[in-house]
Design a protein around this ligand. Structure first.
Ligand code: HEM
Length: 494
C-alpha cells in the first residue's frame, strides 16, 4: 500500500510539474521583448478575475488599461501572450491601414459542425474575404430603405405590446426589445414572421434565449471560444449548444429550401442573396456556408439591437432632461413628416447623439480582437509582431478614458454633437469595430435602434422602477455586454 501511495504521489507531482512547466513556458515572452506587461499567474495568466467570475473580460482589460500609460502592453490569456493596444493610432493601423497583416480574429470554433464553423465572425483568411464580399450587398442603402416600412410596422407592434405594461411596477426592457429585434431580423432577413409579441415562447425567441442566455454552460462555451482556443479545439466545444444549433439548422434550411422551390418573386433579402451566391458555383460557397451565414445574421442581429435599445432606455430613465429633449425632437419630426420616415429618422441629430453615447457606455463588444497574420513592425518602435500574435483593442478602456471622454461615467450625448471630432487622432470610439472587418450590419442595426427608440418615446415616458440599478453591473458569464439581472424600467403613457 505504501509503495502504491508513494508511486501515485510521485506521478502526481511529476504531472503537476510538467503541466506547470508547460503552462508557464511563455511567461518570459514580454520580458524578452522588453515590453511592459502585467505579471501572470501560473495556469491562469492574467485572467483569474474573469475565470472566477469576479469581473467581465471587458472590465478586466479596462482595469489593466488604466494601470499603465504605455501605448501597448502585454498580458497572458492562460499561457498565450496577448498584446493589448492603448494607442488609437496603433488601433487604426491594425484595424484599417495595415489590415492585410491583421485580417483574422482570435476567436475559434471547432471544425466539427460544418455550418457553425462557417459563421462570418469566425471565418479566417481568404474564405472570410469571399463570404464577406458575397454578403456585403445585404444592407445597401436601397435595401435599408425598402426594409424601413417593415421596421416601422414592427415598432408599432412593440408600442402596442408595451401598452399592456403601463402602470406595471417594473418591466424587463431587454426581453421586450429582444422580441422586437427578433421579429425584425426574422422578417427582413428571412421573410418569416417570428410572432414574438403574440407568443411568449415563440420558437425564434426561445432560440434567442438559449443562444445568449447567461447560463454557466453558455459561459463556458462562449468565453472558451474567445479566450481558451486551445481547449475548445481539443475538446470540440461549440459556441452554441447542440439543441440550439440543430434548431437553427432546421429552421433556416427549411426557409432556404422553401424559397428555392417557390416561384415566389424575389424579395431581394438575405435569403435571395444567399441563394444567388450558392448558384454561382465558381464562388466556392457551399451549402454549409450558406446555412452558416443565415445563422450568423440571426445571432448577430437580434442580440446587439436589443442590447443597444434597452441600454439607451435605461440611460433615458436616469435622466429626464435628456429624455424630454429627445422626445421633443422625435415628436416634431413625426409631425413634420407625417409619421416616421426613412429620411426623417436619419435627420434626427439628437437621437443619433443619444444612441452614440449609449453605445459608448455600453458597447455590445467591449473589446475587439485580431490575430497578426504576417510579421509586422510597429511604426516608430522596435516592436515586431510575429505571425499568430493575439491582439486586443480595449473598446471599453478607450470609451471610458478621460483623455477622449472627460467625466466618462456621465451619460452626456453632447460629446457627439460634432461627429467630425470623434476618432480624429486614431480609433478610440469603436462600437461597431472598424476597418474592413467592421460590423456588416451596422447601418441596419443603427436604423432598427433608432426606429425602436423613436416609436417608444413618441408614446411613453421611461421611468426608473424600484428595481432599476443606479449603475449597471455587467454579467461575467457573457463575453458580450449584458446587464446582470436584465434592464428593469417602468413606463407611463404620455
Ligand atoms: C447596434 C447593433 C450592433 C452592434 C453594436 C454591433 C457590433 C459589432 C461589432 C463591435 C463587431 C466586431 C467588428 C470588428 O471586429 O471590427 C460586429 C461584427 C459583426 N456584426 Fe454587428 N453589431 C450590431 C448589429 C448587427 C446586425 C444587425 C447584424 C446582422 C444582421 C450584425 C452582423 C455582424 C457580423 C456578421 C459581424 C462579423 C463581421 C466580420 O467578421 O466580417 N451586427 N458587430
Amino acid at each position: 500500500m505504501v509503495v502504491f501511495w508513494t508511486t501515485f504521489l510521485s506521478l502526481l507531482a511529476i504531472a503537476y510539474y510538467l503541466l506547470y512547466k508547460y503552462m508557464t513556458r511563455n511567461f518570459s515572452y514580454w520580458k524578452d521583448r522588453n515590453i511592459f506587461y502585467f505579471k501572470p499567474l501560473p495556469f491562469f495568466g492574467n485572467l483569474l478575475p474573469m475565470i472566477t467570475m469576479k469581473t467581465t473580460m471587458g472590465e478586466l482589460i479596462m482595469d489593466l488599461y488604466r494601470q499603465t500609460d504605455k501605448d501597448y502592453f502585454g498580458i497572458f490569456s492562460l499561457d498565450r501572450p496577448v498584446l493589448v493596444v492603448k494607442s488609437p493610432k496603433l488601433a487604426k493601423d491594425i484595424l484599417l491601414k495595415d489590415f492585410a497583416s491583421f485580417h483574422d480574429r482570435i476567436i475559434v470554433t471547432p471544425d466539427t459542425d460544418p455550418a457553425m464553423s462557417n459563421l462570418m465572425f469566425f471565418k479566417k483568411g481568404q474564405m472570410w474575404k469571399v463570404i464577406r464580399s458575397k454578403m456585403t450587398p445585404v444592407f445597401t442603402s436601397g435595401k435599408l430603405k425598402a426594409m424601413f416600412s417593415v421596421m416601422v410596422d414592427e415598432s408599432n407592434d412593440l408600442s402596442k405590446y408595451l401598452s399592456k405594461f403601463v402602470g406595471a411596477p417594473s418591466i424587463e426592457a431587454k426581453e421586450v426589445c429582444a422580441k422586437y429585434s427578433t421579429n425584425l431580423i426574422a422578417l427582413t432577413a428571412f421573410g418569416v414572421k417570428a410572432k414574438c409579441f403574440d407568443n411568449e415562447d415563440a420558437d425564434f425567441r426561445k432560440l434567442g434565449r438559449r443562444i445568449f442566455g447567461t447560463s454557466l454552460t453558455n459561459a463556458v462555451r462562449q468565453l472558451g471560444c474567445n479566450f481558451f482556443p486551445g481547449l475548445i479545439k481539443t475538446f470540440g466545444i461549440e459556441f452554441v449548444d447542440t439543441v440550439a444549433r440543430e434548431q437553427m439548422k432546421s429552421i433556416f434550411s427549411t426557409v432556404l429550401k422553401a424559397r428555392k422551390q417557390s416561384d415566389h418573386h424575389k424579395s431581394n433579402d438575405l435569403v435571395d442573396i444567399l441563394l444567388d451566391a450558392r448558384a454561382h458555383t465558381e464562388s466556392g460557397i457551399s451549402d454549409d456556408m450558406i446555412l452558416g451565414q443565415a445563422i450568423q445574421f440571426f445571432m448577430a442581429g437580434f442580440e446587439s439591437v436589443a442590447s443597444t435599445i434597452s441600454f439607451t432606455l435605461y440611460a433615458l430613465s436616469m435622466d429626464e432632461e435628456i429624455q424630454e429633449r429627445l422626445r421633443l425632437e422625435i415628436l416634431e419630426n413625426i409631425e413634420e413628416n407625417n409619421g416616421l420616415t426613412y429620411e426623417g429618422v436619419n435627420s434626427m441629430k439628437y437621437l443619433n447623439m443619444v444612441i452614440s453615447e449609449a453605445l459608448r457606455k455600453y458597447p455590445v463588444l467591449p473589446f475587439l480582437d485580431r490575430e497578426c497574420t504576417s510579421t509586422y513592425k510597429v511604426e516608430g518602435t522596435d516592436l515586431v509582431l510575429e505571425k499568430g500574435q493575439a491582439i486586443y483593442i480595449s473598446a471599453f478602456g478607450m470609451h471610458y478614458d478621460e483623455k477622449y471622454f472627460p467625466d466618462p461615467d456621465k451619460f452626456d450625448p453632447e460629446r457627439f454633437s460634432d461627429k467630425n471630432e470623434i476618432n480624429k487622432e486614431g480609433f478610440y470610439y469603436t462600437p461597431f469595430g472598424e476597418g474592413p472587418r467592421i460590423c456588416i450590419g451596422n447601418r441596419y442595426g443603427l436604423l432598427a435602434v433608432k426606429v425602436g427608440i423613436a416609436s417608444i418615446l413618441s408614446k411613453y415616458k421611461i421611468r426608473k422602477s424600484l428595481k432599476t440599478p443606479e449603475k449597471i453591473k455587467f454579467d461575467p458569464k457573457s463575453f458580450l455586454i449584458q446587464s446582470y439581472g436584465g434592464v428593469p424600467i417602468k413606463i407611463e403613457a404620455l
